[in-house]
Every structure is written in structure tokens, then in C-alpha cells.
Design a protein around this ligand. Sequence first.
Ligand code: PMP
Length: 416
Amino acid sequence: MQAGEVHTQPDLLDVDRVRADFPILQTRVNGKPLVYLDNAATTQKPAAVIEAIEQYYRSQNANIHRGVHHLSQVATEAYEQARRKVARFLNARSEREIVFVRGTTEAINLVASCFPRAGCQPGDEILITEMEHHSNIVPWQLACQQYGLRLRVLPMDDRGVLRIDLLDDYLTDRTRLMSVVHVSNSLGTVNPIKEIIARAHARGVAVLVDAAQSVAHFSVDVQTLDCDFLAFSGHKLYGPTGIGVLYGRENWLEKMPPYQGGGDMIRRVTFEETTYNALPYKFEAGTPNIAGAIGLGAALDYLESIGLARIARHEAALLQYATERLASISGLRIIGNAPAKAAVISFVLKDIHPHDVGTIVNHEGVAIRTGHHCTQPVMDHFGLAATSRASLAMYNCKEEIDQLVEALHTVIGMFQ
Ligand code: PMP
């Protein structure tokens, strides 16, 4: 049965039926049912994804693109079909705009290392924001060192909202690219990405969207956004680790030099000169993660069978419920109070160290993340070393939020 067929009420997500698709959710931790609220770090995988990967290795495995034999053709078709699914998922104009990479981190590194070589001059500027993940900071610092560029940082306010009122001051005549997170992994803020892109484009500035935390929660359409680049990781939208996507507008991908050299990215090699393969293969050197791409394709099929609109509604209601319940705990402070948020609640509990919070709730079967969430500048903004973070997925339910709240009361009890 297809997951989409089980829903009798078209608008409502049947959480019990969805949960049944995820074998790992049956796990018990310390004798308690697992409450998995670490979805911003990675999501769990539905049986359809696990089976697609297994089926690939059982019956389709071969290297792709270069083989004339049966299995190579089967594997090539499965891999390219996954690319077409991604193109459709993002509403890209063509699958030439879809480059398979290891994940968001590699996608951003690819752009940070190739974009500056496609027309930046020393002294040109790259604009990021104060709420970026380290993987959208460090690659640009490396690029700045290598190409003599200047990194500028658009600030945020104390609610965790970007200072869009300052954007025009930060977009200067030297700005070449803005790289900005769609949904903050440590604050949950949903940035007004379409407006940011329109304003950057008005100044001739290209925009990369870090969509690691958005694509699993609501629908993202690269043509509607009009972004130049967009990056996401398969493992954060119910797919496998080790596979991700860089969407790049074709004219940019054509202009940029290759990222890595090797097999598959070439048309003709001599010792004197090498010509490069067509898009997107120019950016896919070496044997890719074939099983990963196929698993990602299965994850997109699964996601679409449930429906992102339905997922977004379910998660928005759950986020509201969780926010109200957590906010009512005396001594708990939510970090990140933007009016538009998705799927993430960061908090501190009295002066209890977040690692103690995480360890104690784990005794109750509850998995949350504690630390800086690879966003140390965000922690610096709030004068904190770490927060506790609960992050939601389509399979979470109110009862699990109640279990988290109960576990937090246990924590408070232990520190009284
Ligand atoms: N950007 C954001 C906003 C993220 O949340 C993450 C993962 N936590 C990344 C980038 C990096 O993703 P990956 O580790 O899958 O490359």
C-alpha cells in the first residue's frame, strides 16, 4: 500500500500510520519508548528508503555511465531517475541543474571554491548572516583567504530575526554572492528568503540558499524563489547519509570551473589538455554514491506520497503545542522567538547545563540534542555556550511532547 492511500481525511496526517513506516521508532530506550526529537541532526528512514537501498545492492549494483552491460544500464537508469525526481521535487528547469554531492556541506564548499573563480576580483564581498551553520561560514572564510575576498555578516536581532532592514547597506557594489540559511537549525527561524533573493538580485548579487532545514518541512520551489544555488542533505529529509544536492542555475554552473577532477567529469583527456563533460557531470568526479541517490529518490517519493502541505500543517500545529507546553515550564527560556519558525525549539533550563538536561531526558527515552549545534556565532549572540534543542519531524506527536515535558520536570526535580 502506498503511504498516501491510507489517509481518509485528505488534510490530516495520520501519525500512527506514518509511524508504522519507520521501523526504528519501535526502539525502546532504558525501558521507555523512544521519543526521537533530534530530527534537525538527522531524520529516521522509512522502510521504503531502506528497501530501495537494499534492492539496489541485491539486484542492480554496478558502476554507472560507462558500462554497456545490463547491470550498468540498470544502475545508470536508477541513478538518473533519482536525479529527475530531485529536479521535479525542487521544480528545477532541467536535471542538468541537479548535482549530486555528499550533503549540504559539500554543496556549499563546491560553490565557495568554484564561484569565486567565475568572475570575482580581490576585494569583492561575500555576504552571509549571523545565524549560519558553520558549514555556511567556514567554506567562505577559506574562499576569502584564497581569493582575497571580504566576508560580511548581516546581523540578527534578539528574537533570532534577520535585520532585513539593514540588507541594502550590506549589499554593496562589491557584493558578488549572498549565502543564507532558509531555516535556522538552532533557532528555527524561517527567513523571508524570496524577499532576500529579490533584493539581492536587484543589486546584481547571486544567492545561495542553505535549505538543509527547510526541504523536509515545506515545499521549496527554486523557480518561485528564483535562487541561483540551493543546497540540501538527503539524510535530513528521510533519505540516507552521504548524499545531498546542489541545485545550480545552469548559467552559473556553465560559467564555474569544475570542483574536483577525475573520472566521469571529462569529455576528453590528453596530457596537454582536458575538456570537461556536460552538466551536471562536470561537477561529479569519480564514482558517486549511487545507492544513496537511489535512496534519496525513494525518500522523495515517500515525502510526496504523504504530501508536504500536510506535513507542514501537522508540524506547525505540533510546534505551537510544544512551544506552549515548554514555555509554561518555570525557568525554561526559549532561544529563538521569531514570528515565523519551523520544527525547531532551542531552550535553556534554569542554569542547568544542557548536557545534563540531554543526559537525564535520555534516561526517560527522549532524544534531544545539546550543544552549540554548529552555530557558535548564534550562541555568542545570546551569551550562551550551548542550548538544548528539540526538533520535529512528520512522525512526532503530542504525546511525545508531553513525554519531553515530563522528562524536563524530572530534570528540574533532580536539581532542586
Ligand atoms: N546547514 C544547516 C542549516 C544544517 O542544519 C546542517 C546540518 N546540521 C548543515 C548545513 C550541514 O549539513 P550536512 O552535515 O548534512 O552537510
